[in-house]
Design a protein around this ligand. Structure first.
Ligand code: ATP
Length: 327
């Protein structure tokens, strides 16, 4: 398979103003310190992949996306997207890529959404047929019909994200960077955006790099995960492998007779770790190397009157949190 993105020993060092110990001196003498936001990362992404680029706040995700999309100059290292360096060939690069920052709008604030799309048509030189076909398809799938004549500033957050996503795809980019595409949206809007992205990945083989703190986005859309922390990649693996390798701990959800508070108190006297309590369920995490499920249930039945049981794998989010925590 062809590598569409190649990143080699990429670094971004920001200069930050240092706080001076002496306030008065600090007003005249500026001191700076260097901060390695992205610290020597390398990876390749194949055409048609959808990769989840995840990590805690401030780990370097947006800084990487900005270097990949040609917005930010790397301090050192190399980036090639579709065989070209994004910053040096900005115009050519812009034709190949789409970018969506969930918390920022890329459209013109005061003009109707349709006019913004028409301006993009001109900017990207999109032929009439391609523009009309794409617009018709995206308007239908993302339910934008009612919004086309409304200025961006009058749209709700969900409507704004949907119109920004449409804008990013009108010129048929082969790579799309999505930075927190579903942030702040309700479940229905999240689902429709995920379905839209999945469809473009499946049908048009668009390559996606997706950063999100919502692991539903990552689990629905991506087969591979790259985890970054303190500017360094600490894991790059298919999600399935992460699940298998790190799923030593499983969650058992039990529904019991009687009062849940009392049941929790009984469980707290044992070695089992309670990880969640819902209306009539208690979730316990257990180590598959110490217990088999039958033995575990037998032990629990001695303490509680169990009505129902569900055993499940831990979520990717919980696994990732552990990997970062144990680093
Ligand atoms: N222009 C800048 N100047 C100085 N430091 C910066 C600048 N932009 C980002 N940083 C710092 O670089 C680090 C990485 O920031 P970045 O925005 O890439 O993180 P992130 O992983 O996207 O975080 P989040 O999940 O919170 O969006 C942070 O510590 C941030 O404070």
């Amino acid at each position: 398979m062809e590598n569409i993105i190649e990143v080699k020993n990429l670094k971004k060092i920001y200069k930050r103003r240092k706080r001076h110990d002496n306030f008065l001196k600090g007003m005249f003498e500026r001191q700076y310190e260097e901060f390695k936001a992205v610290n020597d990362i390398s990876f390749t992404i194949e055409k048609g992949e959808a990769v989840g680029y995840v990590g805690p706040n401030g780990s370097g995700k947006s800084t990487t996306i900005k270097m990949l999309s040609g917005i930010l100059q790397p301090t050192s290292g190399a980036v090639y997207v579709n065989g070209i360096a994004p910053l040096e060939h900005r115009l050519e690069n812009n034709k190949n890529i789409g970018v969506v920052f969930g918390n920022k709008s890329q459209l013109w604030w005061d003009v109707p959404v349709k006019d913004s799309f028409l301006m993009l048509k001109k900017l990207y030189n999109i032929p009439d047929v391609q523009f009309n076909n794409n617009l018709e398809e995206f308007v239908n799938v993302l339910n934008l019909k009612e919004l086309l004549n409304v200025p961006e500033r009058q749209l709700s957050l969900g409507q704004r994200v949907r119109s920004n996503i449409t804008a990013a795809f009108l010129h048929d980019p082969s790579i799309v960077y999505l930075d927190e595409p579903t942030i702040g949206l309700d479940t229905e809007s999240k689902d429709s955006i995920r379905a839209f992205i999945k469809r473009l990945n499946d049908i048009k083989k668009v390559t996606f790099v997706i950063t999100s703190h919502d692991y539903q986005d990552i689990e629905t859309l991506c087969k591979r995960i790259i985890l970054i922390n303190h500017g360094k990649i600490i894991l790059d693996s298919p999600i399935e492998n992460v699940r298998e390798e790190f799923n030593r701990y499983k969650t058992i959800s039990i529904k019991c007779e009687g009062n849940n508070e009392v049941n929790c108190a009984i469980l707290e006297e044992t070695n089992f770790k309670i990880v969640g309590v819902e209306a009539d369920h208690i979730q316990i995490e257990y180590d598959t190397e110490s217990y088999d499920p039958v033995e575990l249930l037998w032990l629990l039945r001695k303490k509680l009157s169990i009505k129902d049981v569900v055993i499940s794998d831990r979520s990717i989010e919980a696994i990732i949190k552990d990997i970062v925590h144990n680093q």
